[in-house]
Write a protein of this length. Structure first.
Length: 125
């Protein structure tokens, strides 16, 4: 019984680590894209607002899904699978790079959150 708990804990921490890495990459990419393409309003507030809506929204959405997955693992795992299905619909593909770069990682992370339990939860958050 103890070994099974440890395996679930390791699986949960792998999922948290991957979620953190993906969120960091998206945040980095969003900031770079914002200054590359989108810094064109005269108002600083308009530029920052557009940065959050247009360029940092994928990172923010992924962070929310990660937090949901940490607190409610079954619901969060299901949410990852739903997002993967939405990606299939959006990209209309199983045969291109979207499958291996978006869909399979989302399904895999959903399974890791479904079965894994990162402990202590406060540290994972």
């Amino acid at each position: 019984m103890k070994k099974q708990f440890r395996n679930r804990q390791i699986l949960g921490w792998i999922a948290v680590g991957l979620s953190t890495a993906i969120s960091c990459v998206w945040a980095f990419w969003g900031i770079i894209e914002n200054f590359h393409e989108g810094w064109y309003f005269e108002s600083w507030l308009s530029n920052v607002g557009m940065m959050f809506v247009q360029y940092l929204s994928p990172m923010l959405i992924f962070m929310v899904v990660t937090l949901i997955s940490i607190y409610w693992p079954r619901f969060g795992g299901s949410l990852h699978a739903i997002i993967a299905l939405l990606a299939i619909w959006f990209f209309q593909a199983f045969s291109n790079a979207a499958t291996f770069l978006i869909i399979l990682p989302l399904i895999g992370m959903g399974a890791m959150y479904w079965f894994g339990r990162p402990q202590p939860r406060k540290v994972a958050v």
